[in-house]
Design a protein around this ligand. Structure first.
Ligand SMILES: NC(=O)CC[C@H](N)C(=O)O
Length: 198
């Protein structure tokens, strides 16, 4: 299993570590289109979505990543990565990858609480302990399409969701020691691989 982490800006090394801890055999940083070759899954880290989007265009990664999403390669977008993955962004007339059927609102938790932690119930994770989530100038999901499963909410706001091979979270799972969400993503990658073999 080979997982890529988009490495243009943001929390890259932390995702690499978490993925390895969660059991990924090979994790590679993605900077150039050739780095996408042979990936079984791709993580889109947090940072600043406008900047990452611009860099994806500059490094000619946007089109191939869109194609991969269409082909069913599993992708996990966290924070800015969720914004990159969404097919609608509130108040913005453009999208980036545009794959996850969701309307996302940027920086939606207000200035005074730009960063906070919350213990969440997340559907599909191992065990019954709450998941410690770190939110940094985080987006939230305002609406989801019919094929999207809501995995977690904070104050009635959707902060994690899945649509088949696509996973998105408002928070930063790579900044905690709890790697259950990364494990969950790896299980999606396994599923996709099995489906492809059949
Ligand atoms: N921590 C983050 O990734 C913040 C996301 C950032 N506020 C954006 O809109 O892109």
């Amino acid at each position: 299993m080979k997982i890529g982490v988009l490495a243009l800006q943001g929390a890259v090394i932390e995702h690499v570590k978490s993925l390895k801890q969660a059991g990924a055999e090979e994790v590679v940083p993605v900077k150039w289109p050739k780095d996408l070759d042979g990936l079984d899954g791709l993580v889109l880290p947090g940072g600043e979505s406008t900047t990452i989007g611009k860099l994806m265009n500059k490094y000619e990664l946007m089109e191939p990543v869109r194609e991969m999403a269409k082909r069913g390669v599993p992708m996990f977008g966290t924070c800015a990565g969720l914004i990159l993955l969404a097919n609608r962004v509130q108040g913005q007339d453009w999208v980036h990858i545009g794959a996850l059927d969701a309307l996302v609102d940027r920086n939606s938790f207000g200035r005074q609480v730009d960063s906070f932690e919350a213990d969440l119930d997340v559907v599909g994770l191992e065990g019954s302990e709450k998941y410690p989530a770190v939110f940094i100038r985080a987006p939230h999901i305002m609406e989801v399409g019919a094929g999207v499963e809501v995995l977690s909410t904070v104050n009635d706001r959707v902060v994690a969701a899945r649509q088949g091979h696509l996973l998105g979270a408002s928070f930063h799972p790579e900044l905690t020691d709890d790697v259950r969400l990364h494990k969950y993503f790896l299980s999606m990658v396994e599923e996709a691989k099995k489906a492809a073999v059949k």
